[in-house]
Ligand binder design. Structure first.
Ligand SMILES: Nc1ncnc2c1ncn2[C@@H]1O[C@H](COP(=O)(O)OP(=O)(O)O)[C@@H](O)[C@H]1O
Ligand SMILES: [Mg+2]
Length: 458
């Protein structure tokens, strides 16, 4: 990551240099073009002036001399030829006619009398007829003007070097900052991930938000946050698994010990009532079976969080009756009454989960209620403007103390009077959560219990 970042920024710097070179090249070329352009302009002025010196089919030598003089002052050595190749006038000739004082002044600007490079020629016209040719080449300039140009060139180069330093330095600075702010948190994340992989579920990546001189990696913050959230989920899951395993071991031990004790008694021949022994063994085996089933149920309830499936349209009354009808005999056989109150109504729900929930709640009511009866009622309801339904199971049992109310949904929690696995309500809670519903308990010792589940359409 670090090397890659550095490479990326090296590329940025390289591009900065490249653009600088290109830019510099263009500016200098433009400047030279500009200078050349003005030179060209001057030549055309000279040509116009020379052509203007031809009048009445002959050269006006005084005017022509003036034009050539002006040409020298504009920085050119030149001479004019007639159409037959004879030299009419030349700048060296004009120079020789100047006063020494004038010459001295001109020498301050140009190296006289000869220019440099090849002569180029331009045709001279008057009303469409060629009247001769101008041969011309630049004089070498000395003194303030070329100096100014040189200064301009140097300044340009300096400015470009400076701008390069700023761009390149900036890119370098940014690359360092980015490398530090991006790669450091990622290294820390990697370290925490490795710790977790080794089994240390308490490992967390340090939060990055607000840290550092320059902070601009929101994505890294989010990643760190998500990572820590995941780490916490793993830690909880791990704790839960340990808790579950030790509980299962504990729950298995009691029935197995009882079974073993009874079997040993048979072996030793100290049994007076074999029927009771067999009954004991049987009920302990039943306990083991329901424990194993409970564990299976809670595992699949947890798993169903990830594969909920689609809710389906069912008749709530039919669902309730399908369970109460099956348990009616059992309940009434215990001397309890069973009442079902609610309309025939269609609801969208996860039918299988609702069946498990209801069956668990009804079984509890039946098991923990010694006398009186059970009432099941349901109806449509609305919450926060959303439509839904509720289902309540009320009994006339012993009720639950406030202290125990806080525990009944925990895995393996069961009251001293219970011979169950203590998993029923944990499964119910898990499934209600998965379905996006809510569960309420109203209960007090001595006045029965009422469990209500409520679902609204999301
Ligand atoms: N209707 C009820 N009336 C009184 N106590 C209840 C009722 N339902 C549950 N409980 C209490 O909550 C505990 C946990 O219930 P549950 O998770 O279903 O486990 P189990 O039924 O195996 O004991 C029960 O042991 C009991 O003490
Ligand atoms: Mg139960």
């Amino acid at each position: 990551m670090r090397t890659k970042l550095f490479l990326a920024f090296a590329l940025v710097i390289f591009l900065a240099i490249l653009s600088n070179i290109v830019y510099k090249d263009l500016i200098i070329r433009d400047f030279n073009d500009y200078l050349l352009g003005t030179e060209e302009d001057r030549i055309y002025w000279i040509i116009a002036s020379i052509e203007g010196s031809y009048m009445g089919n002959e050269w006006n030598m005084a005017h022509l001399s003036n034009s050539i003089h002006w040409g020298i002052m504009s920085g050119f050595e030149s001479y004019v030829e007639d159409p037959w190749g004879n030299v009419v006038i030349s700048s060296t000739e004009v120079l020789s006619e100047l006063t020494p004082n004038m010459l001295k002044r001109m020498n301050a600007f140009f190296k006289l009398p000869y220019g440099y490079g090849e002569f180029i020629w331009y045709p001279l016209y008057l009303e469409g007829d060629e009247i001769g040719r101008l041969y011309i080449r630049p004089l070498e300039r000395v003194g303030p003007i070329p100096m100014k140009e040189e200064i301009f060139r140097k300044r340009g180069a300096k400015f470009l070097a400076l701008s390069f330093l700023i761009a390149g330095g900036g890119a370098l600075f940014l690359s360092i900052i980015l490398t530090i702010t991006l790669s450091k948190p990622i290294r820390q994340l990697t370290k925490s991930a490795e710790d977790i992989a080794k089994g240390d579920f308490s490992a967390r990546a340090p939060s990055q938000s607000g840290k550092g001189l320059i902070h601009f990696s929101d994505e890294i913050d989010k990643l760190t946050e998500t990572f820590n959230y995941m780490a916490e989920a793993l830690r909880r899951e791990d704790a839960l698994r340990k808790h579950l395993t030790s509980n299962i071991a504990h729950e298995l031990r009691t029935p197995l010990t009882i079974i073993k004790g009874n079997l040993e008694a048979i072996e030793d021949g100290i049994i007076s009532d074999p029927g009771t022994v067999i009954k004991n063994i049987n009920s302990e085996i039943q306990r083991l079976i329901s424990l194993v089933e409970g564990i299976g149920d809670i595992t699949s309830a947890e798993a169903s969080f990830f594969k909920k499936g689609e809710p389906q349209e069912v008749n709530l009354k039919e669902i309730v009756l399908s369970i109460t009808d099956g348990m009616k005999e059992l309940i009434e056989g215990k001397g309890l009454s069973l009442k079902t109150e609610g309309p025939s109504m269609n609801v969208r729900t996860y039918k299988d989960k609702l069946l498990i929930i209801f069956k668990n709640l009804l079984t509890n009511a039946y098991r923990f209620t010694p006398k009186g009866g059970i009432t099941v009622n349901w109806d449509a309801c609305a919450e926060d403007g959303k439509n839904g339904f509720y289902l309540a199971i009320e009994d006339t049992g012993p009720g639950i103390s406030e202290e125990n109310l806080a525990k009944i949904f925990e895995r393996f929690y069961k009251g001293s009077e219970s011979d169950g696995s203590g998993l029923g309500l944990a499964i119910v809670k898990e499934l209600v959560d998965v379905m996006g519903g809510k569960i309420y308990v109203e209960s007090a010792p001595g006045s029965g219990s009422r469990f209500t589940i409520k679902f609204t359409e999301s």
